[in-house]
Design a protein around this ligand. Sequence first.
Ligand SMILES: Cc1cc2nc3c(=O)[nH]c(=O)nc-3n(C[C@H](O)[C@H](O)[C@H](O)COP(=O)(O)O)c2cc1C
Length: 196
Amino acid sequence: MKVLILFAHPAFHKSKVNKLMVEGLSEIKGITFHDLYQEYPETDIDVKHEQKLLTEHDVIIFQFPVFWYSTPSILKEWQDLVLEHGWAFGSKGNELKGKLFLCSVTAGGPKSAYQVGSYHNHTINQLLSPLRQTSVLCKMNPLPPFVVHGSHAIEEYEIQTHKNELLKLLAEFTNNNFSYADAIKYDYLNDYINKQ
Ligand SMILES: Cc1cc2nc3c(=O)[nH]c(=O)nc-3n(C[C@H](O)[C@H](O)[C@H](O)COP(=O)(O)O)c2cc1C
């Protein structure tokens, strides 16, 4: 399977976690790494180009830091413009049908804070549900998210551990040994990959 990583970080020069998470991904065979803020500094998204990229890949990944319980703004703009009626959804919109979709996110809050009744009072899966449902409407098959929690206080070696998990996951996609049926049993893809 071919993987498209749509990356969004509006202040990449300040990034610690995503910098390491995405380093070298563009050099891996079978992966297209697409940095939206770098490609579109004026947010002038080329819809036809983005749609072409989508059709050329089997796994679509949104990689981003969680900002205000959501995505950085360019990813919203991207959805609003690229996922057109009659192309991505609607009775004649079948271009994304059957592709896998997932979010790979970094969040300042620790996992313990992302529980009902805890500091953020919602799970990451609850907060990401609009993206998940968007993928369903576009006839894609959504996967649980891959999450790096506690990014404010995280040590370099811990980021590297998560990077290794992400690389293992990406290798399953590109080597065609990813199990969709197993993966959807988990809340986080991190747990799926650590059980392999
Ligand atoms: C504008 C802004 C909003 C943020 N909102 C959240 C949030 O809603 N939840 C959260 O856990 N972290 C939040 N954070 C923390 C970021 O997710 C965290 O800084 C990021 O994941 C670290 O990745 P980086 O080192 O690649 O920048 C926010 C940070 C900024 C700058």
